[in-house]
Design a protein around this ligand. Structure first.
Ligand SMILES: *[C@@H]1O[C@H](CO)[C@@H](O)[C@H](O)[C@H]1NC(C)=O
Ligand SMILES: *[C@@H]1O[C@H](CO)[C@@H](O)[C@H](O)[C@H]1NC(C)=O
Ligand SMILES: *[C@@H]1O[C@H](CO)[C@@H](O)[C@H](O)[C@H]1NC(C)=O
Ligand SMILES: *[C@@H]1O[C@H](CO)[C@@H](O)[C@H](O)[C@H]1NC(C)=O
Ligand SMILES: *[C@@H]1O[C@H](CO)[C@@H](O)[C@H](O)[C@H]1NC(C)=O
Ligand SMILES: *[C@@H]1O[C@H](CO)[C@@H](O)[C@H](O)[C@H]1NC(C)=O
Length: 878
């Protein structure tokens, strides 16, 4: 969900009136975080009250740690004046609006009550045998075979809480249990927008956190997480006002991270985020400080892959955080409802099959099956049903998927009197068919079931199917040949607005089975970077367990570097098929996590990413150090491989491409010095990498190139790959404002239309300005110029003489505006003369607005680094 980083008081927009604006960033109106020094939250609140500023306390953000000291509060009279007074106090380091984040929303959801038939470990009560497919994908099973289970490691999960009553998650909460620590920071009724009401019990009432927790640490005979012996902390930051998770505000997130750190967590993980791309949001700053103080943090890269490049998410963009991308499960676990079929001959009796209900219910009934056959296949029904389709009312009509819509097929059956229809899928698995036809029950079976039925009817046998209303669901694994094993199309792409590479590493996150609250069925299949992040958290749990056994201290940087450089780069997949070229680094970072290599590599390097920046801030070379931690001398060969170069912008446009962006197989030419080297045990050697831009790229479209420096040792198999990444354009030349779709727009708030010259505006009918960003901008400012009384323009803003700035502006650290959205602000005749001052009224007169947006890499103090737009003038009369 949209949000963004922020430095000072800013981007508070007053939205009263007729316009109902969409925020490009989700800010909680009237709520602020003050970072303070030399005072505590009570001192601060007392000072506010004695100054006549009415505040409602939200949270004390101190936890007696040196990481962050602050307070969050609601400002009852939320005026620029009140904010300016607070900002002027010496103890206030920084005042920032409270922002809202979502649990990186799972994509799709299937739930089951049946635990016994889960695809899983397969070997009962033998923890060393791990056959769970996603664990094979990331080589977790090899570590399990060595006896690593995460024992002795504490992982804090900041999420919707955990259903610790789940048998796979220990059954109880508190010391000595699997879910041993943590707290509820918000209460059930918390929406993100109301005041959190903390409690003691981090029980999950929304589902997300229980799924995340199971991926890390589930443990029962059928199903285990990545590190089933770790101890979990549940830090609940979401309520469940309507049975689903609301949002979490960043003051709550900060509080949760501070508490988790103070409680001694070895790792903090959060599957939470929203578009940002700037490292200056207070939550991102707190994450950065926690990492710097020695506690690693894993954070979901985001599920906004559909928005294309340059859409990094907060706080995955925090400096030092490990940002995790999603890779699809090789298999898709299918949750099917069970039913039985029998043939008329004695051959098949009560054979189990599964289906996915679409509309209606088949009840507890037995139906004779009618299977129309055309050209040796089950008919697709697109040309209607054949003449032998009679007396269908009591029968189950079976039709093959394809060639026309589900509705067309169902209508063809209904036209012949059918009331019950099963569609046979034409690709692996089943889906919930979207059918709008009324008074008919529809479900779908897998192609294999259809094949069995076809064989029977072509053998002149008859079939009957029997359904039971209360039949259990069960799970099967269906191979996913179109996108299994590849990056999920929803995984968010980097880089950040400051040209840092995100994500670092990917893990299975698409189509993942895990624990779910018992009240919702016990297990569910969900997709998201939310599911990939706890996988990596679990892998870190195994790493820390091993290091602890060896008596070794581990730094967050060692984990970040190790995970990223032992990853396996993957080819690009557009959701339907693999390409021949490697997916851009901006999408995958190091690629698929390899837990075994991560824990066993004898060779280590001292950098996770080689970032070459844009052409203007270009680093011609970057260097790193190779260390041989093995027992014998190793000779290394260093080579470069390229990932596809991806264009950020559409052809001939200033607007970003949605997924998939255009890509080309043109690679940077990379020189590695030395490319052959010999390193003795315990020794380190330095390597320099020089990059030249890929040939034939169109810099106007902001190409992002990258690849990997492969380090291949002559002994053992621990090849490492360090991702490199750069931008083949001068970002300062790229247009940040969405001028292309007509923004900014001067609005007439009376009827929400574009302002028409000559319209009279007043405080009751204020003019508005709507703006949108094609790329992130560190500063957006709007200033007010008097046209009728030029002498009253006493404030200089670069080349303009103005009466002052639009209250609430400048707005700092703005992510780019999501496609088809804009940010709208209304002006009520007040201006701020100097940033941080109180606003003052302007007299009646003719005015215009001047909008400016700072270009990427631009300097805040340099006028020509901004784009400028001037509104038509308007007559204002209070
Ligand atoms: C700006 O956003 C608002 C709220 O979503 C929407 O009603 C309006 O149409 C948008 N304006 C333009 C010009 O797109
Ligand atoms: C578990 O499986 C491993 C590998 O097959 C085997 O060596 C071990 O004896 C088994 N342990 C038990 C308790 O069955
Ligand atoms: C597509 O690529 C992924 C990642 O490299 C791989 O796991 C998968 O097997 C490939 N799929 C096919 C059908 O080749
Ligand atoms: C790229 O250059 C800009 C401008 O100097 C700087 O702000 C930014 O931090 C640099 N990014 C990286 C990854 O070095
Ligand atoms: C909106 O209001 C303006 C000025 O009051 C008027 O000129 C314009 O026609 C109105 N537009 C619509 C669509 O009603
Ligand atoms: C509105 O006024 C501006 C000057 O402020 C002028 O440039 C523009 O052409 C006018 N637009 C219309 C539609 O009259």
């Amino acid at each position: 969900m949209p949000q963004s980083g922020t430095m000072h008081l800013q981007t508070f927009l007053t939205f009263v009136g007729l316009l109902s604006p969409t925020l490009a960033q989700r800010i909680l109106p009237g709520a602020y975080i003050a970072e303070i020094k030399g005072a505590n939250s009570n001192d601060f609140l007392n000072k506010a009250r004695s100054s006549g500023i009415r505040v409602r306390h939200r949270l004390a953000l101190n936890q007696e740690t040196s990481i962050f000291n602050g307070v969050s509060f609601d400002l009852e009279d939320d005026t620029a004046d009140n904010r300016a007074i607070i900002e002027s106090w010496g103890e206030v380091v920084q005042l920032s609006p409270v922002r809202l984040y979502d649990a990186t929303a799972p994509v799709g959801r299937k739930v089951t009550r049946d635990v016994a038939t889960l695809i899983s470990r397969q070997a009962e009560n033998n923890l060393t045998v791990d056959a769970y497919p996603p664990h094979l994908q990331g080589n977790v099973n090899k570590l399990r075979a060595e006896g690593l289970t995460g024992s002795g490691i504490k992982i804090a999960v900041v999420d919707t809480g955990i259903d610790y009553t789940h048998p796979s998650l220990g059954g109880k909460f508190g010391p000595g249990n699997k879910v041993a620590f943590g707290t509820d920071l918000v209460g059930n009724d918390y929406t993100g927008e109301n005041i959190p009401v903390p409690g003691q019990d981090p029980m999950d009432c929304a589902g997300h956190g229980t799924h995340v927790a199971g991926i890390i640490a589930a443990m029962d005979k059928d199903f285990t997480g990545v590190s089933p012996d770790v101890t979990l902390g549940a830090y609940r930051v979401f309520g469940c006002p309507n049975g689903v998770a609301g949002s979490a505000s960043n003051d709550v997130l900060i509080s949760a991270f501070l508490q988790a750190q103070a409680d001694g967590a070895d790792l903090i993980t959060a599957s939470i985020g929203g578009p940002s791309g700037w490292t200056e949001d207070p939550w991102a700053l707190v994450v950065q400080r926690i990492v710097e103080a020695g506690t690693p943090c894993t954070i979901a890269a985001g599920n906004e892959g559909d928005q294309g490049l340059f859409y990094a998410s907060g706080a995955a963009d925090a400096i030092g955080a490990i940002s995790v991308a999603s890779i699809n499960n090789l298999n898709s676990p299918e949750v099917l409802t069970s039913a039985k079929y029998s043939s008329g001959s004695a051959g098949t009796k009560d054979k189990k099959f599964g289906y996915t209900p679409a509309v209606g219910t088949f009840g507890s009934e037995t139906y004779d099956v009618y299977v129309p056959v055309a050209n040796g296949q089950i008919s697709d029904g697109c040309a209607g049903l054949p003449d032998d389709a009679t007396a269908l009312e009591k029968k189950m009509v079976v039709i093959r998927r394809g060639s026309c819509t589900f509705d067309d097929k169902v209508k063809a059956a209904v036209a012949k009197g059918a009331k019950n229809v099963i569609i046979v899928n034409n690709v692996p698995g089943t889906i919930q068919a979207s059918v709008t036809v009324q008074n008919v029950n529809v479900g779908m079976v897998e192609p294999e079931t259809g094949d069995e039925w076809l064989k029977l009817v072509t053998g002149k046998d008859s079939i009957s199917v029997t359904f039971d209303k209360s039949a259990p669901v069960f799970i099967t694994a269906v191979a996913n040949p179109s996108s299994g094993g590849s990056l999920s199309i929803f995984t968010t792409w980097g880089p950040t607005n400051e040209m840092y590479q995100r994500p670092h590493i990917g893990a299975p996150g698409g189509n993942i089975l895990s624990t779910y609250p018992l009240i919702f069925g016990g297990y569910a299949v969900l997709s998201g970077t939310s599911m990939a992040t706890p996988y990596v958290a679990g892998v870190i749990g195994l790493y820390l367990e091993k290091a602890k056994k060896e008596g070794r201290k581990v730094t967050p940087a060692e984990l970040r570097v190790g995970l990223t450089t032992t990853g396996r780069p993957l080819v690009f997949n557009d959701g339907t098929k693999n390409s021949t070229f490697l997916a851009p680094v901006a999408q995958q970072g190091g690629g698929l996590v390899d837990a075994y290599k991560f824990l066993n590599s004898k060779t280590v390097v001292d950098t996770d990413l080689l970032e070459f920046n844009d052409t203007q801030n270009f680093h011609r070379n970057r260097d790193f150090k190779i260390t041989n931690n093995g027992q014998e001398t190793i000779n290394y060969k260093l080579t470069a491989i390229g990932g596809a170069t991806a264009y950020t912008l559409n052809q001939g446009s200033t607007l970003p491409s949605v997924f998939p962006p255009d890509m080309l197989e043109s690679y940077a030419s990379v020189t590695i010095e030395p490319s052959d080297l010999s390193v003795k045990p315990g020794q380190s050697k330095r390597v320099v990498v020089t990059v030249a831009q890929p040939a034939g790229i169109d810099s106007a479209r902001v190409p992002v190139y990258g690849g990997w420096i492969n380090i291949t040792p002559d002994k053992g198999e621990d090849q490492l790959s360090i991702p490199y990444m750069g931008i083949g354009a001068a970002m300062k030349k790229a247009t940040v404002t969405n001028f292309e779709q007509g923004f900014p727009i001067l609005l007439n708030s009376k009827n929400q239309t574009i302002f028409v010259n000559g319209t009279k505006v007043s405080q009751a009918f204020p003019p508005g300005i709507a703006w949108g960003l094609a790329l992130g901008s560190g500063v957006v400012r709007i200033d007010v110029v008097s046209v009728s009384a030029p002498d009253s323009n006493d404030v200089s803003v670069f080349t303009d003489k103005t009466v002052g700035s639009f209250p609430g502006y400048p707005s700092y650290w703005n992510p780019r505006t999501e496609a088809d959205k804009n940010t709208t602000s209304l002006w009520r005749g007040r201006v701020v003369k100097k940033e941080g001052d109180q606003s003052v009224r302007v007299p009646a007169g003719t005015y215009k607005f001047v909008y400016r947006a700072l270009k990427m890499t631009g300097r805040k103090e340099t006028g020509r680094d901004y784009e400028r737009w001037e509104s038509p003038s308007f007559d204002y009369n209070p």
